[in-house]
Design a protein around this ligand. Sequence first.
Ligand code: GLA
Length: 424
Amino acid sequence: MGAMSWPSESELNVIRTKVAEMSGKDSKEVRIVVSPYRICPLGAHIDHQGGIVSAMTINKGILLGFVPSDDSQVLLQSGQFKGEVRFRVDEWLPRNTSSTKEECNWGNYARGALYALQKRGNHIKQGIVGFVCGTEGLDSSGLSSSAAVGVAYLLAFESANKLIISSAENIEYDRLIENEYLGLKNGILDQSAILLSSYGCLTCMNCKTKEHRLVRSPDLNGNHINGRKKQFSILLAFSGLKQALITNPGYNSRVAECREAARVLLQASGNEGLEPLLSNVEPEAYEEHKCKLDPNLAKRAEHYFSENKRVVKGVEAWARGNMEDFGKLISASGLSSIQNYESGCEPLIQLYEILVKAPGVYGARFSGAGFRGCCIAFVDADRALDAALFIWREYSKLQPKLASQIDDESMVHICDAGDCARII
Ligand code: GLA
């Protein structure tokens, strides 16, 4: 089964050996958090407004090997970033104010996890010695690596301190890491997908009520079902652009525009007492008062209301196993991100347009917020290789410089769905 191909035993052994070296403990004592990346086929940019989103994890992500350190000291090394991170869990960590340069600050996610746990009254006494690494070539590309890392540290601290914490609480703790500690005004899509997903299902999350359900597709229960072959693979296509969301002002400014649109619509419909979130605006009130929005705000609101409808229809198509309809809605969502939400940039938009035309592709869109480098597609599993070749060839023609910065094998990854975050 696809979900089981990651992590491999050899990947796990490399991490066990590394942590054993760092801590002086036996490699059998090393625990490993497996924290997958997520994709969001439908429901982009609407989680922070309390919308309904759909998500699943893939069989790639973050691995964090650790042992409890026997005192309050935290010592971390990374497979991707240089240097060592050291701090103590019994010191109070005020909100992060340091520069956002990723290379120097990779330890902020661990500090943020401690901040969130402490802020919600958990008594953390035990530090960890740990080694964290992400799937090669996939960091900072829009696959929620920051939430996967945040969740990984939360689970490691909780395990080292024998705390039993529910997924709902961890969703909230990761929100604290991102919204408060790191200052990104994002919603709860990423960590919900990472903590709640289950192989074979689409996770459908109402970000206002926090209720979720796992929707099974009739055709995703293993590679063969009822004599039929596996229906789809997931393609990740990289543009060569990399930038962490917290270093890009685009994300938070779009969130502010959505809130302003909600404020105008709530005021126009006599509901100014409600929090300015688009989920607090009834669709009828939106239709009646949208003419009062200035053009940019009108586009943001149009994205929100049309995306909510696409999610509902898409989940129905998924449950029927109708990948064609599901895919068309994904591509329509991608178009709305470009035209209404106005995220993305030229190379990413070109990549999206190539993916939509690639052989066997059901549907495609930017991954995540669309402010950095990756697009995703659902593709007929039998045609995934042809599609990957087509994408590589066409993108190299349009963006030779960016394409030349990516290894040929890393430009398009063919993945499968994954499972939720866990400790092994
Ligand atoms: C990022 C954010 C999420 C969500 C997506 C866009 O991944 O972290 O909260 O808003 O972008 O859908």
